[in-house]
Design a protein around this ligand. Structure first.
Ligand SMILES: C[S@@+](CC[C@H](N)C(=O)[O-])C[C@H]1O[C@@H](n2cnc3c(N)ncnc32)[C@H](O)[C@@H]1O
Length: 268
Protein backbone atom coordinates (compact mmCIF):
# COMPACT_ATOMS: atom_id res chain seq x y z
CA UNK A 1 0.00 0.00 0.00
CA UNK A 2 1.13 3.56 -0.58
CA UNK A 3 -0.17 6.83 0.86
CA UNK A 4 -2.58 8.61 -1.47
CA UNK A 5 -1.51 11.88 0.04
CA UNK A 6 0.62 13.19 2.87
CA UNK A 7 -1.45 11.81 5.72
CA UNK A 8 0.15 13.86 8.49
CA UNK A 9 -0.60 17.11 6.62
CA UNK A 10 -4.28 16.09 6.59
CA UNK A 11 -4.18 15.42 10.34
CA UNK A 12 -2.59 18.83 10.91
CA UNK A 13 -5.55 20.41 9.10
CA UNK A 14 -8.25 18.51 11.03
CA UNK A 15 -6.58 18.38 14.46
CA UNK A 16 -8.34 21.47 15.87
CA UNK A 17 -11.77 20.10 14.85
CA UNK A 18 -10.95 16.69 16.37
CA UNK A 19 -9.64 18.20 19.57
CA UNK A 20 -12.80 20.30 19.95
CA UNK A 21 -15.08 17.27 19.42
CA UNK A 22 -13.13 14.67 21.37
CA UNK A 23 -11.78 16.67 24.32
CA UNK A 24 -11.07 14.24 27.20
CA UNK A 25 -12.97 11.42 25.46
CA UNK A 26 -16.04 11.04 23.23
CA UNK A 27 -18.65 8.29 23.71
CA UNK A 28 -16.74 5.82 21.53
CA UNK A 29 -13.54 6.32 23.53
CA UNK A 30 -15.13 6.55 26.99
CA UNK A 31 -17.52 3.60 26.64
CA UNK A 32 -15.53 1.23 24.41
CA UNK A 33 -11.85 1.96 23.86
CA UNK A 34 -10.62 3.48 27.10
CA UNK A 35 -12.13 0.97 29.57
CA UNK A 36 -11.02 -2.01 27.47
CA UNK A 37 -7.52 -0.56 27.06
CA UNK A 38 -7.35 0.17 30.82
CA UNK A 39 -8.26 -3.44 31.59
CA UNK A 40 -5.79 -4.96 29.13
CA UNK A 41 -2.98 -2.70 30.34
CA UNK A 42 -3.61 -3.52 33.99
CA UNK A 43 -1.73 -1.68 36.72
CA UNK A 44 0.31 1.23 35.34
CA UNK A 45 1.38 3.04 38.53
CA UNK A 46 5.06 3.95 38.40
CA UNK A 47 5.48 2.38 34.94
CA UNK A 48 7.07 4.01 31.88
CA UNK A 49 4.45 4.03 29.12
CA UNK A 50 4.36 5.40 25.58
CA UNK A 51 1.09 6.68 24.09
CA UNK A 52 1.78 6.28 20.36
CA UNK A 53 -0.18 8.52 17.95
CA UNK A 54 -1.70 10.21 21.01
CA UNK A 55 -3.85 12.80 19.20
CA UNK A 56 -4.84 15.45 21.75
CA UNK A 57 -3.29 13.32 24.50
CA UNK A 58 -6.48 12.42 26.35
CA UNK A 59 -5.40 8.84 27.03
CA UNK A 60 -1.88 10.00 27.98
CA UNK A 61 -3.44 12.22 30.65
CA UNK A 62 -5.63 9.35 31.83
CA UNK A 63 -2.49 7.21 32.22
CA UNK A 64 -0.67 9.98 34.08
CA UNK A 65 -3.64 10.32 36.44
CA UNK A 66 -3.23 6.61 37.23
CA UNK A 67 0.40 7.18 38.18
CA UNK A 68 2.20 6.23 34.93
CA UNK A 69 5.27 8.09 33.68
CA UNK A 70 4.09 8.93 30.19
CA UNK A 71 5.86 9.72 26.95
CA UNK A 72 3.37 10.61 24.20
CA UNK A 73 3.90 11.35 20.54
CA UNK A 74 1.96 12.11 17.41
CA UNK A 75 2.96 12.86 13.84
CA UNK A 76 0.83 15.99 13.81
CA UNK A 77 2.52 18.96 15.43
CA UNK A 78 -0.88 20.68 15.62
CA UNK A 79 -2.31 17.78 17.63
CA UNK A 80 0.70 17.95 19.97
CA UNK A 81 0.11 21.70 20.43
CA UNK A 82 -3.48 20.87 21.47
CA UNK A 83 -2.24 18.10 23.75
CA UNK A 84 0.17 20.48 25.46
CA UNK A 85 -2.55 23.15 25.77
CA UNK A 86 -4.83 20.63 27.52
CA UNK A 87 -2.11 19.50 29.89
CA UNK A 88 -2.37 21.05 33.33
CA UNK A 89 -0.20 21.34 36.37
CA UNK A 90 -1.21 18.07 38.05
CA UNK A 91 0.08 14.56 37.30
CA UNK A 92 -0.17 15.30 33.57
CA UNK A 93 2.45 18.07 33.84
CA UNK A 94 5.09 15.32 33.74
CA UNK A 95 4.00 13.96 30.32
CA UNK A 96 6.74 14.29 27.72
CA UNK A 97 5.24 15.10 24.30
CA UNK A 98 7.08 14.64 21.00
CA UNK A 99 6.28 15.08 17.30
CA UNK A 100 7.33 11.82 15.63
CA UNK A 101 6.23 10.05 12.45
CA UNK A 102 5.16 6.54 13.48
CA UNK A 103 6.29 5.17 10.11
CA UNK A 104 9.92 6.21 10.80
CA UNK A 105 11.61 3.48 12.86
CA UNK A 106 14.81 5.47 13.51
CA UNK A 107 12.81 8.46 14.77
CA UNK A 108 10.77 6.17 17.03
CA UNK A 109 13.93 4.70 18.52
CA UNK A 110 14.95 8.16 19.78
CA UNK A 111 12.21 7.70 22.41
CA UNK A 112 14.50 5.20 24.11
CA UNK A 113 17.40 7.67 24.24
CA UNK A 114 19.29 8.60 27.36
CA UNK A 115 18.24 11.13 29.99
CA UNK A 116 19.28 14.77 29.74
CA UNK A 117 22.11 13.88 32.13
CA UNK A 118 23.36 11.33 29.59
CA UNK A 119 22.36 8.28 31.69
CA UNK A 120 20.69 5.36 29.89
CA UNK A 121 16.96 5.05 30.52
CA UNK A 122 15.26 1.79 31.45
CA UNK A 123 13.08 0.28 28.71
CA UNK A 124 9.35 1.00 28.60
CA UNK A 125 6.86 -1.22 30.46
CA UNK A 126 4.03 -0.69 27.99
CA UNK A 127 3.00 1.04 24.80
CA UNK A 128 -0.54 2.08 23.88
CA UNK A 129 -1.67 2.90 20.36
CA UNK A 130 -5.38 3.74 20.39
CA UNK A 131 -7.38 3.89 17.18
CA UNK A 132 -4.45 4.97 15.02
CA UNK A 133 -2.73 2.03 13.28
CA UNK A 134 -5.38 2.10 10.54
CA UNK A 135 -4.22 5.62 9.75
CA UNK A 136 -0.62 4.54 9.09
CA UNK A 137 0.47 3.63 5.57
CA UNK A 138 2.74 1.00 7.16
CA UNK A 139 2.61 -0.40 10.70
CA UNK A 140 5.80 -2.49 10.55
CA UNK A 141 8.24 0.26 11.66
CA UNK A 142 6.08 1.04 14.71
CA UNK A 143 5.79 -2.62 15.67
CA UNK A 144 9.53 -3.27 15.23
CA UNK A 145 10.44 -0.18 17.25
CA UNK A 146 7.89 -1.11 19.92
CA UNK A 147 9.45 -4.55 20.32
CA UNK A 148 12.87 -2.93 20.82
CA UNK A 149 11.65 -0.17 23.17
CA UNK A 150 9.75 -2.53 25.50
CA UNK A 151 11.21 -4.41 28.45
CA UNK A 152 11.06 -8.21 28.50
CA UNK A 153 7.37 -9.13 28.88
CA UNK A 154 6.34 -5.53 28.16
CA UNK A 155 2.94 -5.12 26.56
CA UNK A 156 1.64 -3.23 23.56
CA UNK A 157 -2.10 -2.58 23.67
CA UNK A 158 -3.62 -1.26 20.46
CA UNK A 159 -7.09 -0.68 19.11
CA UNK A 160 -8.36 -0.27 15.57
CA UNK A 161 -11.83 -0.12 14.01
CA UNK A 162 -13.03 -3.72 13.62
CA UNK A 163 -11.69 -4.69 10.17
CA UNK A 164 -14.66 -7.00 9.49
CA UNK A 165 -17.42 -4.50 10.26
CA UNK A 166 -16.08 -0.97 10.58
CA UNK A 167 -14.08 -0.20 7.46
CA UNK A 168 -14.55 2.58 4.91
CA UNK A 169 -16.20 0.16 2.47
CA UNK A 170 -18.60 -1.47 4.92
CA UNK A 171 -22.14 -0.15 4.71
CA UNK A 172 -24.54 0.52 7.59
CA UNK A 173 -27.93 -0.99 6.80
CA UNK A 174 -31.27 -0.17 8.45
CA UNK A 175 -34.26 -2.31 7.41
CA UNK A 176 -37.88 -2.80 8.36
CA UNK A 177 -38.68 -6.54 8.31
CA UNK A 178 -41.78 -8.56 9.01
CA UNK A 179 -41.34 -11.37 11.55
CA UNK A 180 -44.39 -13.51 12.29
CA UNK A 181 -46.56 -10.68 11.07
CA UNK A 182 -44.86 -8.06 13.25
CA UNK A 183 -42.75 -5.27 11.85
CA UNK A 184 -39.30 -5.02 13.34
CA UNK A 185 -36.38 -2.68 12.67
CA UNK A 186 -33.11 -4.44 11.92
CA UNK A 187 -29.70 -2.78 11.90
CA UNK A 188 -26.86 -4.54 10.14
CA UNK A 189 -23.52 -4.09 8.40
CA UNK A 190 -22.99 -5.14 4.78
CA UNK A 191 -19.66 -5.51 3.07
CA UNK A 192 -18.09 -7.08 0.03
CA UNK A 193 -14.51 -5.94 0.77
CA UNK A 194 -12.55 -7.63 3.53
CA UNK A 195 -9.61 -9.85 2.58
CA UNK A 196 -7.70 -7.51 0.29
CA UNK A 197 -5.96 -4.58 2.03
CA UNK A 198 -6.94 -1.24 0.55
CA UNK A 199 -6.54 2.45 1.13
CA UNK A 200 -9.49 4.80 1.12
CA UNK A 201 -10.67 8.07 2.56
CA UNK A 202 -12.56 8.05 5.82
CA UNK A 203 -14.00 10.25 8.53
CA UNK A 204 -13.75 9.42 12.21
CA UNK A 205 -16.03 12.28 13.25
CA UNK A 206 -19.16 13.23 11.31
CA UNK A 207 -18.64 16.40 9.25
CA UNK A 208 -14.90 16.64 9.93
CA UNK A 209 -13.48 19.37 7.64
CA UNK A 210 -11.91 16.87 5.23
CA UNK A 211 -11.60 13.09 5.16
CA UNK A 212 -8.32 11.42 6.11
CA UNK A 213 -6.60 8.44 4.43
CA UNK A 214 -7.28 5.09 6.07
CA UNK A 215 -5.60 1.76 5.38
CA UNK A 216 -7.82 -1.30 5.70
CA UNK A 217 -6.04 -4.47 6.83
CA UNK A 218 -7.94 -7.72 7.46
CA UNK A 219 -7.24 -9.26 10.86
CA UNK A 220 -4.84 -11.87 9.43
CA UNK A 221 -2.70 -9.20 7.77
CA UNK A 222 -2.78 -6.97 10.84
CA UNK A 223 -1.69 -9.77 13.16
CA UNK A 224 0.96 -11.07 10.74
CA UNK A 225 2.76 -7.73 11.08
CA UNK A 226 2.61 -8.16 14.88
CA UNK A 227 4.00 -11.72 14.70
CA UNK A 228 6.72 -10.69 12.22
CA UNK A 229 7.88 -8.04 14.71
CA UNK A 230 8.27 -10.77 17.36
CA UNK A 231 5.05 -10.27 19.33
CA UNK A 232 2.46 -12.79 20.40
CA UNK A 233 -1.19 -11.94 21.05
CA UNK A 234 -2.30 -12.67 24.60
CA UNK A 235 -5.60 -10.79 24.68
CA UNK A 236 -8.12 -9.90 21.98
CA UNK A 237 -11.35 -8.10 22.77
CA UNK A 238 -14.23 -6.88 20.62
CA UNK A 239 -16.05 -4.20 22.63
CA UNK A 240 -19.57 -3.19 21.60
CA UNK A 241 -22.17 -0.81 23.00
CA UNK A 242 -24.41 -2.66 25.46
CA UNK A 243 -27.96 -3.60 24.41
CA UNK A 244 -30.33 -0.74 25.16
CA UNK A 245 -27.77 2.07 24.71
CA UNK A 246 -29.89 4.90 23.37
CA UNK A 247 -29.19 6.66 20.10
CA UNK A 248 -31.38 8.63 17.72
CA UNK A 249 -29.39 7.65 14.62
CA UNK A 250 -30.21 4.36 12.92
CA UNK A 251 -26.58 4.30 11.78
CA UNK A 252 -25.13 4.47 15.31
CA UNK A 253 -23.15 1.48 16.61
CA UNK A 254 -25.40 1.68 19.67
CA UNK A 255 -28.12 0.15 17.43
CA UNK A 256 -25.85 -2.84 16.69
CA UNK A 257 -25.03 -4.31 20.11
CA UNK A 258 -23.98 -7.65 18.59
CA UNK A 259 -21.56 -6.09 16.09
CA UNK A 260 -18.31 -4.78 17.62
CA UNK A 261 -17.04 -1.56 15.98
CA UNK A 262 -13.48 -2.02 17.30
CA UNK A 263 -10.91 -4.59 18.36
CA UNK A 264 -8.51 -4.06 21.26
CA UNK A 265 -5.45 -6.30 21.19
CA UNK A 266 -2.69 -6.95 23.70
CA UNK A 267 0.72 -8.05 22.40
CA UNK A 268 3.75 -9.18 24.40
C1 LIG B 1 -7.93 8.56 14.95
S1 LIG B 1 -6.68 9.57 15.65
C2 LIG B 1 -6.48 8.82 17.23
C3 LIG B 1 -5.79 9.71 18.21
C4 LIG B 1 -5.72 9.19 19.65
N1 LIG B 1 -4.90 8.01 19.77
C5 LIG B 1 -7.11 8.93 20.16
O1 LIG B 1 -7.46 7.79 20.45
O2 LIG B 1 -7.85 9.92 20.29
C6 LIG B 1 -5.25 9.04 14.75
C7 LIG B 1 -4.01 9.77 15.16
O3 LIG B 1 -2.90 9.23 14.43
C8 LIG B 1 -2.04 10.30 14.10
N2 LIG B 1 -1.21 9.92 12.97
C9 LIG B 1 -1.58 9.70 11.68
N3 LIG B 1 -0.52 9.36 10.93
C10 LIG B 1 0.56 9.38 11.76
C11 LIG B 1 1.94 9.11 11.60
N4 LIG B 1 2.44 8.74 10.41
N5 LIG B 1 2.76 9.21 12.67
C12 LIG B 1 2.26 9.55 13.88
N6 LIG B 1 0.97 9.83 14.10
C13 LIG B 1 0.12 9.73 13.06
C14 LIG B 1 -2.98 11.45 13.80
O4 LIG B 1 -2.34 12.69 13.83
C15 LIG B 1 -4.02 11.27 14.90
O5 LIG B 1 -3.65 11.93 16.06
Amino acid sequence: MRAMTDTIAVWDRIAAFWDDHIREGNDFQEKLIMPTTDRLLGDVAGQRIIDACCGNGNYARRLAARGAKVTAFDGSGVFIDHARARTGTGTDAEIKYHVIDATDEAALMTLGGGNDDGKEQSPFDAIVCSMAMMDLVTIDPLLRAARRLLCLGGRLVFSVPHPAFNSPRSRSVAEMVSENGRLRQRFAIATDSYLAPYEDLSQGIVNQPEPHPMFHRPIGVLLKSCFDAGFIVDAFEEPAFPEGTSSKSVFSWAKRPDLPPAVVVRLR
